[in-house]
Design a protein around this ligand. Structure first.
Ligand SMILES: NC(=O)c1ccc[n+]([C@@H]2O[C@H](COP(=O)([O-])OP(=O)(O)OC[C@H]3O[C@@H](n4cnc5c(N)ncnc54)[C@H](OP(=O)(O)O)[C@@H]3O)[C@@H](O)[C@H]2O)c1
Length: 244
């Protein structure tokens, strides 16, 4: 990974042996140094035309190996990874850290009506905590914690979801997708940072990366302070600070 030469950031810092410091350390420093508690980070891997999946929900290879490695690094740094039920149904992800060294985070899925399969991979018992936000009591494995409106009538408000995770000791919260779930947390102004990995691929149709509340004027748009990094496979990773 290297910095984008078109980026007007300062030159790579040098350490005492005059070797460039790995730019990855700059990218992940906010996660290590965060003062906000909890710290919420979202990620999207998308095409040049801003799509995160085809119309049939296929998203896995948009960003190639470097994008997948990056996602697994984020999982390794997070205390808990959160996805919406749409992603569970489309991808059946394991939500574990496998491509890089590091521990796997706890896993939380938002499935209000309980429409996903009870055989989904994220439910596998592997020692990681598993939480489902759902009103449906039926069929979840015993050791999966179910949180519903019987705990908190407003539990599906994004701020209440974050508070419930923070109350369980999760300080770094990764919202992994999909677009509807991430958009709800951004609209609620709860996301500290978003990593958007832009791949040199044009889908031309499919699911948009974000679907936020409509705006009329450009000055209402989010203009996060951003840093960009060149990854392998021609990906450009934007690290956007949404709280400045
Ligand atoms: N490229 C990438 O980086 C990436 C990452 C992840 C996923 N994806 C792709 O994204 C697609 C899925 O995205 P999606 O937007 O359709 O679905 P999604 O965001 O995965 O799930 C959305 C659903 O989750 C539930 N949900 C989320 N937040 C909620 C809240 N605060 N309160 C209540 N329910 C909430 C709702 O379910 P109900 O409708 O049942 O209430 C909502 O319809 C898939 O094709 C997947 O492959 C791409």
């Amino acid at each position: 990974m290297r910095r984008d030469p078109n980026n007007h950031a300062r030159e790579l810092p040098l350490n005492r042996r005059e070797m460039p410091i790995d730019p990855l350390s700059a990218l992940f420093e906010p996660l290590r140094q965060h003062r906000a508690s909890p710290f919420v980070i979202a990620q999207l891997g998308q095409s040049l035309d801003g799509r995160i999946a085809t119309p049939t929900g296929k998203s896995r290879d948009i960003n190639g190996c470097s994008g997948m490695d990056h996602l697994h690094r984020l999982r390794a740094l997070a205390d808990v990874v959160v996805v919406g039920v749409g992603t569970i149904i489309a991808d059946d992800p394991q939500l574990t850290t496998r491509r890089v060294p590091g521990r796997s985070p706890a896993r939380a899925v938002i499935d209000r009506t309980g429409r996903s399969s009870r055989g989904s991979k994220w439910l596998r018992a592997d020692g990681c905590d598993r939480i489902v936000f759902s009103e449906n009591m039926q069929g979840w494995p015993d050791e999966v914690e179910r949180i519903g409106t019987d705990h908190d009538p407003d539990i599906f408000e994004p701020a209440r979801l974050i508070a419930a995770l923070a109350a369980r000791g999760h300080r770094i919260i990764l919202i992994e997708g999909g677009s509807s779930t991430i958009s709800r947390f951004i609209d609620a102004r709860l996301v500290n940072r978003i990593h958007i990995c832009l791949a040199p691929i044009i889908l031309g149709s499919g699911r948009p990366g974000l679907n936020l509340k409509p705006i009329d004027e450009l000055d209402e748009a989010l203009r996060p302070r951003a840093q960009s990094y060149l990854l392998d496979d021609g990906n450009i990773l934007y690290d956007c600070d949404l709280h400045t």
